[in-house]
Design a protein around this ligand. Structure first.
Ligand SMILES: [Zn+2]
Length: 199
């Protein structure tokens, strides 16, 4: 659903390798949901992420960081989620950030943004599909056969609108299917969680 962008889950190994210490500069290969490399600069209190030629376009993102002491010495780095939920800054201390659109967020913030983006997309597709049917003299119901060519309309215009309309309807169906799948996964997780609750 949301590609993993940067993980601090095994800081012991990465710190040992010298990757995550303030003052370091390195690049993560394109496997983190990008086509291009992500350039990372670690500072005392923030990580700078740069993506000059990846799918996100040129940008620089500053992610606040914090360090906690480890049991066996050394320090463990954490991201501080820069997202916001319910009008409040999230600020969660997390080891993993996800990329949603152009934002780097913790899982709960990422899911919220992802869901609202998906909802916007559904609404746009539905509006487009209905608009085209209306233009062809049909009504706004999408579960009826596609309207026939209006008498005065050129075939070429009709074919173009039909292609656009049916394309939007198909994309809408696919997006609805994905949404259902997403909801199903959420419900399965909830069911699993409540099944594990002590009685
Ligand atoms: Zn968050």
């Amino acid at each position: 659903m949301i590609p993993l962008i940067l993980s601090l889950r095994k800081p012991e190994t990465t710190v040992k390798k010298g990757l995550l210490r303030a003052g370091l500069h390195f690049s993560l290969p394109g496997k983190f949901g990008h086509t291009g490399d992500l350039l990372v600069t670690v500072e005392e209190t923030q990580v700078l992420l740069r993506d000059r030629d990846g799918t996100l376009g040129a940008f620089i993102e500053k992610i606040p960081m914090t360090w906690t002491l480890c049991h066996f010495g050394g320090q463990r780095p954490w991201f501080i989620c820069p997202g916001s939920r319910g009008g409040h800054r999230c600020g969660r201390r997390v080891a993993i950030l996800y990329v949603v659109g152009r934002s780097f967020l913790c899982r709960p913030c990422g899911s919220l943004v992802y869901e609202s983006q998906q909802q916007d997309r559904l609404t746009r597709l539905e509006d487009k599909a209905r608009r085209i049917r209306l233009r062809l003299g049909g009504d706004t119901a999408l579960n009826t056969p596609f309207p026939a060519k209006p008498k005065r309309m050129h075939w070429r215009t009709y074919e173009r609108l039909r292609q656009e309309g049916e394309g939007a309807e198909y994309a809408l169906l696919v997006a609805l299917g994905e949404k259902l799948q997403h909801l199903q996964q959420k419900m399965d997780k909830l069911a699993l969680r409540s099944a594990c609750m002590p009685t």
